[in-house]
Design a protein around this ligand. Sequence first.
Ligand code: GUN
Length: 296
Amino acid sequence: MTARLLDGRAVAAQIREELRPRVAALAATGRPPGLAVVRVGDDPASLSYVTAKRRACAELGIISSEWHLPASASRAEILATVERLNEDPSVDGILVQLPLPDSSIEPDVIEVIRPEKDVDGFHPVNVGRMMLGLPAFLPCTPHGIVQLLRRSGISTVGAHVVIVGRSQIVGRPLAHLLSRKGPDADATVTLCHTRTRELAAHTRLADIVVAAAGRPGTLRGDMIRDGAVVVDVGVNRVPDPARPCGYRLVGDADFESVASRAAAITPVPGGVGPMTIAMLLANTVAAAEWRGGAAR
Ligand code: GUN
């Protein structure tokens, strides 16, 4: 079998086109949507993600600003930056790019973001509202995966989805979204992680495998059944002296062997990544439309 490629770039472009009239309507009121991005330190991957997010904002007419703090910035300085943005009426959405150089302060930083500006959907209020099935900002990568499957015509209803990776940003919220009731969900979900025994025994049972472990080679072709759908969330830089930048991006799946057995697979790059950005744009537009209200 040669896998069909699930084109995240094309689906993300479709979502951006759907957002365009909503951005235009906001701009016509004199206040286009505004996103503030906080970046701490000089992690090259974070810089490239933030650059891609800001470029996507500019293309759509969302006004973005970047607040770059040195890696040495204190907890108090980072919190004060977020608090200023909370008070700034031109800012509809606030995104603090993770990981922070000191990851131990991430929960405090996330909690200080006003829930109605939390376009990442990481604040405990939004996580709690999502878990309860109340309107909330949904986290961008899991929501992007749900949208990519739906818009690619892959139903999750009644399907067995095996997720490899239990992060707060991807695996855990995705398990929740896919196991909810509803036409874009209704899956039976298995959440695997680093302590799972016999990982391949689980992934071989899956109709849909989501590789979100953050490690290349997590999923190989012999670990899936023929005709499975594979969503690869990994973005890993591996050294490649043949390239001017010295690296190339690979996912968590071993693309060749997995694509030879799968019915469909998301490429890296060009699969989940563009969908994450599209959902960030959607959340920012929604935040601007709900300006001043609660996240609902
Ligand atoms: N780091 C990796 N993914 C994300 C994301 O979706 N949002 C933020 N803020 N940081 C990230």
